[in-house]
Design a protein around this ligand. Structure first.
Ligand code: HEC
Ligand code: HEC
Ligand code: HEC
Length: 143
């Protein structure tokens, strides 16, 4: 019998592969034609520069953001190094955009950027137990 953790990792791998195929398809109808609804993350509010959309080329951030974020976390927490390249606050500021009613989704709802794929890929992260899932602008705004 394969162990549950092996199965889980295999599952993650398959979904990760599927996902990288799905989200890299330029044609949105490709993603919608399957039986399982594939994630389509909300569009970011800005690009990092004129030549690059995200803090890393999109292919790389899509694939490796978990590792980038973990490294950043380790650097900041354990060695006192503070770089902003993979700042979680900045990810959220740029990627979590308001709905048509002007409301910023929190990680509690499925339309949140970070959940758009994670729910599908069965990834769970504990990050938002402590970190804000809404951009600073939404938190500091007086309602
Ligand atoms: C200044 C804006 C900005 C910042 C900051 C930023 N991104 Fe991005 N990111 C983008 C843009 C633009 C894209 C291309 C897709 C789009 O237009 O939404 C992108 C793409 C992505 C994708 C792939 C999404 C997809 O559709 O497949 C992931 C995952 C991602 N970013 C995660 C992160 C993480 C994690 C951070 C923080 C370490 C971060 N981003 C910081 C703008 C940003
Ligand atoms: C138990 C609470 C807690 C959890 C859970 C947690 N963090 Fe943090 N994190 C902190 C604290 C405290 C700091 C340092 C203070 C700060 O910089 O906001 C920090 C700092 C960071 C930083 C550097 C600051 C920044 O925004 O760039 C990153 C990146 C980060 N965490 C990512 C993550 C990610 C990714 C996860 C989930 C995998 C996570 N954290 C889970 C408490 C937590
Ligand atoms: C384009 C789809 C997509 C988006 C958008 C996305 N993720 Fe992920 N994320 C994944 C997939 C798939 C995995 C599992 C494969 C891996 O570990 O890279 C993952 C893994 C992770 C991990 C590592 C989890 C672990 O158990 O090691 C962290 C941390 C993470 N994501 C944080 C985030 C944060 C924070 C955001 C929002 C800023 C985000 N992700 C947005 C698809 C996405």
């Amino acid at each position: 019998m394969p162990t549950p953790s092996l199965l889980r990792n295999l599952g993650k791998l398959c979904l990760g592969l599927l996902l990288s195929l799905a989200v890299s398809a330029d044609e949105p109808t490709t993603a919608q034609s399957g039986r399982v609804p594939l994630p389509s993350p909300p569009t970011a509010k800005a690009t990092v520069s004129d030549t690059q959309k995200c803090v890393e080329p999109t292919e790389n951030i899509r694939r490796f953001h978990g590792q980038y974020l973990r490294h950043q976390r380790n650097d900041t927490m354990h060695r006192g190094i503070r770089t902003t390249k993979y700042s979680l606050v900045e990810c959220i500021n740029c990627h979590v955009t308001p709905s048509s009613e002007g409301k910023y989704p929190s990680v509690k709802t499925p339309d949140h950027f970070c959940r758009s794929c994670h729910s599908y890929a069965a990834v769970t992260v504990d990050c938002f137990d402590c970190h804000a899932s809404q951009p600073e602008i939404a938190i500091t705004k007086v309602e």
